[in-house]
Design a protein around this ligand. Sequence first.
Ligand code: ADP
Length: 260
Amino acid sequence: FMHQLEARERLEALGVLAGGVAHDFNNALATILGTAALIAEDLGPGHPSQPDIERIQASAQRSADLTSQLLIFARQEPRRAEAIDVGAAIRGIEDLLRRTIGEDIDFSCQTADGLPPVILDRSDLEQMVLNLSINARHAMTDGGSLTIRVASLTLPPDATPSLPLPAGRYLHIAVADTGTGMPPEVVRHALEPFFTTKPAGQGTGLGLANAYGVVTQANGHIAIDSEPGRGTTINIYLPAATTTAADPDTSTPARTAPTG
Ligand code: ADP
């Protein structure tokens, strides 16, 4: 448990640092993009330096995209938190997910009815599920299956805590792939911003860091269950916004790997 606290503090410190850098960097980029546009206009179409200006603009734009990812991670407050039906929200982007991961991956989405809502920003949730699905896709170059499950879960007050969360009602989102899996040292660092095992230009190292940011801001928990050769399941637990005593749980706590 101490291990998890240390990991959390490290990630929080990294978030503050990254947010500060991203903010200043964004201002500098706005100046670069604005000035490049002015020069392009002054030179006029067909000027031999136009391709150079375009390269500057393209590079600055790529950097701006990266910093906006960073600012998502660093943001302390959720943008527009509202009560969301996560199952419905994920079904709403099912087509997008299917197209993004491609034909050779067997994709299924299992969501039960009558699940409790959670308080979350809808686009944060969509971006997170999309990023996790893209990661899964990258881990399955020879095909495989991606399963997204959404279920409810109650952590009873008297039981030995199986998760670092207070007792109560939760929504469990599992994004499971049958890809390469991760060795323990990758699992240990995967949630940190900028940690990537992908070649330069292909990974930002911010997908899981952003998921961590979104989930912890919502007072939830994210855990990586992964093994080389077997695949990866990202387990996300979010506190239920309402408790209705009547509906039964549809999930059991998943085995969790230490993430710190
Ligand atoms: P990025 O995908 O840009 O590298 P992430 O923060 O999303 O950044 O992931 C960090 C690292 O964690 C990846 O580079 C990869 O090594 C590992 N990883 C993440 N998701 C998976 C997955 N589903 N299967 C295997 N490895 C993964």
